[in-house]
Design a protein around this ligand. Structure first.
Ligand code: GLN
Length: 184
C-alpha cells in the first residue's frame, strides 16, 4: 500500500503527518514524472483550489491524474481537494472534474468562513469537522452517496472510489476517513 499526496500547495504536510503516524508509505506528487509512478490511493489536500488547478495544468498533471482517477484510483479530496474533483462549480472552471457534484466555493461566507462542529458520518459515526473557508456540495449527482450533512448541507460524499469532504480530517486526526480510503 502506497499513498500519494498532491504536494503543490496547501495543507499536504498535515496529511503526510497522519500517514506517517498510521505507518502508511507515501510519496509526494510535485511534477509530471511523479504521477506516472505506482501508487494505490491519492490525497488532494486543502489549500487554494485556483492555485492548485493552475499548477496542475502548468506541470502537466491534470490529465494524467484525471485519467488515473477515472480508471478507479481511490482518491480523497479535502476542501480545496473536493473542489478539484467536482465536475461543476457554481462559480469558475472545473479542474479534474471526475466527481458528479456541484460545489460552491467559500460557501459559508467570510464571517462564518471557519468553524468547528460535530456531525454523523456514514460508516464512521460522530465526527469532529473543521471547516476553513469551506465549500459545500450544492448538488450530488447520480451514483453519489451522501456521507454527511451539516445544517442540511452536504459536506461529505462518495462516488465510486472517490471521497470528497468539505472539511479537514487531517486537522482532527480522523484516521477513520483514511481507513475508509484505503479499504474502499
Ligand atoms: N476556499 C478555498 C478554495 O476555494 C478552499 C479552502 C480550503 O481548502 N481550506 O480553494
Amino acid at each position: 500500500m502506497r499513498a500519494a499526496v498532491l504536494a503543490l500547495q496547501g495543507a499536504f504536510a498535515e496529511h503526510e503527518r497522519i500517514l506517517e503516524d498510521m505507518g502508511v508509505e507515501y510519496m509526494e506528487i510535485r511534477q509530471e514524472k511523479d504521477a506516472y509512478q505506482d501508487f494505490d490511493a491519492l490525497i488532494l489536500p486543502g489549500g487554494e483550489s485556483t492555485a492548485m488547478g493552475k499548477l496542475l495544468r502548468d506541470y502537466h498533471l491534470l490529465h494524467i491524474l484525471k485519467e488515473k482517477i477515472e480508471k478507479g484510483l481511490p482518491v480523497l479530496g479535502t476542501c480545496a481537494g473536493l473542489i478539484l474533483l467536482a465536475k461543476q462549480l457554481t462559480d469558475g472552471t472545473p479542474h479534474l472534474a471526475t466527481m458528479p457534484v456541484t460545489v460552491k466555493r467559500n460557501a459559508y461566507g467570510r464571517q462564518l468562513g471557519s468553524f468547528v462542529t460535530e456531525a454523523d458520518m456514514k460508516g464512521i459515526g460522530r465526527t469532529k469537522m473543521v471547516f476553513i473557508r469551506a465549500p459545500y456540495i450544492v448538488e450530488a449527482g447520480e451514483g453519489t452517496e451522501v456521507l454527511a450533512q451539516v445544517d442540511g448541507r452536504i459536506v461529505a460524499v462518495r462516488y465510486k472510489k472517490q471521497i470528497g469532504l468539505s472539511f479537514h480530517p487531517e486537522l482532527t486526526d480522523c484516521r477513520h476517513i483514511y481507513e475508509m480510503l484505503f479499504h474502499i
